[in-house]
Write a protein that binds this ligand. Structure first.
Ligand SMILES: C=CC1=C(C)c2cc3[nH]c(cc4nc(cc5[nH]c(cc1n2)c(C)c5CCC(=O)O)C(CCC(=O)O)=C4C)c(C)c3C=C
Ligand SMILES: [Fe+2]
Length: 429
């Protein structure tokens, strides 16, 4: 890349912080082009208003007490990325986060982050691929990894105790460090894959000189419903996934298990949550040779209806005490739903928000590299993900058919409530 575009991008970054308020207030500053406008219609106020009204029905509000993308209905597509900060300049990090926040607010409204046709002698400010696609219910969710709080930026005193590095857990033997961790994460979800990808690509571009992408993952076919209005989707093993998930409508569950509250040692995290991501490969060729009853015993649910074994309806409460005529548990002792259930885990629950993935074939074996990109939100991973996964990693019937290949943990701060704000702004003094 030549020097000139880098210089002009720095100007954009600097301008973005002051522009952030203006962008949210009136669509001025650096973000002006509506994703459904034609290039020449940028100044046509009437047409722009009509397009904005049309787009409003596919928008998820960006500003709010909690970040969108956690308890909001899960969309069809995911683009997830972890970034490492390469700059040692705390101000550059603030500029990047401020710019990301302004850009995320724009894109969540179905707007580009700037003109595609700014000047013929400069690269377009927005990369352009989402032009005309609308908001597609885009949510952009940002988090900080444990390494964000090392000595580089004087933030160590703000590291929450709940952001303790995940310990090595049973079944972690295949974790790839190059696909794990990261200083920052960005979860972009939308009902259009290009809209989700557009966020990650433009964030990487806006970060240039300050942070680099460490790893990324695309996902499809949400494997968890997070709203009672959504039907339960199936994972790549063919089972309904998300039946007993925490739903957006269950405020008590969200307060008890998802949103950080008064118990935190870091008040800046109140209203936030902790994200655990695990790329879990499914050994699908092996799974596909397993007979139906065994598949159902692995999960403890019937394959087509999704009902718990011994039950009739998908939403029947699993009876973990039921015995068959031979005196054997109807839901096997090592079934996934028994081991993951709150009844087995001190009452603990997590909010799952994962996606299926496929990354072609494993070139060493010729087998499909496909599975679940597991994402879970919770108040405190030390009390939720870690003990649940410890139990699953030791005893789960599913272990024969899966391998955890990446792992990451991020503190997801509360939502932004006004333009000009950005994630972690209060930490920088
Ligand atoms: C540590 C947490 C979990 C991991 C990792 C995990 C992996 C994983 N799960 C499925 C498929 C299903 N999981 C289901 C239920 C379920 N799973 C977890 C946790 C983890 N899963 C919980 C807490 C629950 C709910 C348990 C309960 O309360 O009954 C189900 C059943 C349907 C449902 O309730 O969602 C399926 C199916 C796969 C394929 C997988 C790794 C690849
Ligand atoms: Fe599960």
């Amino acid at each position: 890349m030549s020097e000139k575009p880098v210089t002009s991008r720095r100007n954009l970054l600097g301008g973005a912080l002051t522009a952030a308020g203006a962008v949210a207030a009136g669509g001025v500053g650096f973000g002006i082009a509506h994703a459904t406008d034609s290039p020449s219609a940028g100044s046509d106020a009437t047409k722009a208003k009509a397009t904005a009204a049309k787009a409003a029905s596919d928008q998820v509000p960006f500003f709010g007490a909690h970040q969108a993308g956690i308890a909001t209905p899960a969309q069809d597509r995911l683009a997830f990325a972890a970034f490492d900060i390469t700059s040692t300049d705390a101000q550059a990090v603030q500029v990047m986060l401020g710019t990301w926040a302004a850009a995320a607010a724009q894109m969540s409204k179905g707007l580009l982050i700037g003109p595609v046709e700014n000047t013929p002698s400069a690269p377009p400010i927005d990369t352009g691929e989402a032009y005309g696609l609308g908001a597609a219910n885009l949510t952009v969710t940002v988090g900080f990894g444990p390494s964000f709080f090392d000595d580089r930026f004087g933030l160590a005193k703000f590291r929450p105790a709940a952001l303790a590095d995940l310990p090595t857990l049973p079944g972690d033997g295949s974790i790839d460090p190059t696909r794990s961790g990261g200083d920052l994460c960005v979860q972009a979800c939308a009902d259009d894959p290009t809209v989700a990808f557009h966020v990650i690509r433009n964030f990487a571009r806006l970060a240039r000189g300050t942070a680099v992408m460490k790893w990324s993952q695309l996902g499809f076919g949400r494997t968890s419903s997070t709203s009672t209005e959504q039907q339960t989707e199936r994972n790549l093993m063919g089972f309904k996934d998300g039946t007993r998930n925490i739903k957006a409508q269950s405020t008590p569950d969200l307060d008890d298990y998802v949103w950080v509250g008064e118990e935190t040692d870091q008040s800046w995290m109140k209203g936030g949550s902790y994200l655990v991501a695990r790329r879990i490969r499914m050994l699908v060729e092996s799974w596909d040779t397993d007979y139906l009853t065994d598949q159902e015993n692995v999960f403890g649910r019937y394959k087509t209806s999704g009902a718990p074994l011994g039950g009739k309806d998908e939403f029947d409460t699993p009876d973990l005490t039921a015995k068959d005529p031979q005196g054997q548990p109807v839901i096997p002792l090592n079934a996934h739903i028994r081991l993951a259930a709150p009844e087995t885990n001190n009452g603990q629950k997590i909010l799952r928000r994962g996606y299926s993935y496929t990354d072609g074939i494993d070139s060493t074996t010729g087998l499909l590299d496909a599975g679940l990109f597991f994402i879970a939100y919770q108040k405190d991973p030390r009390k939720q993900f870690v003990p649940i996964q410890t139990r699953l990693g030791q005893q789960d019937n599913l272990n024969e058919y899966i391998r955890h290949t990446s792992s990451a943990l991020f503190a997801v701060p509360p939502g932004l409530t006004a333009s000009g704000d950005w994630w972690g702004k209060s930490l920088f003094g």
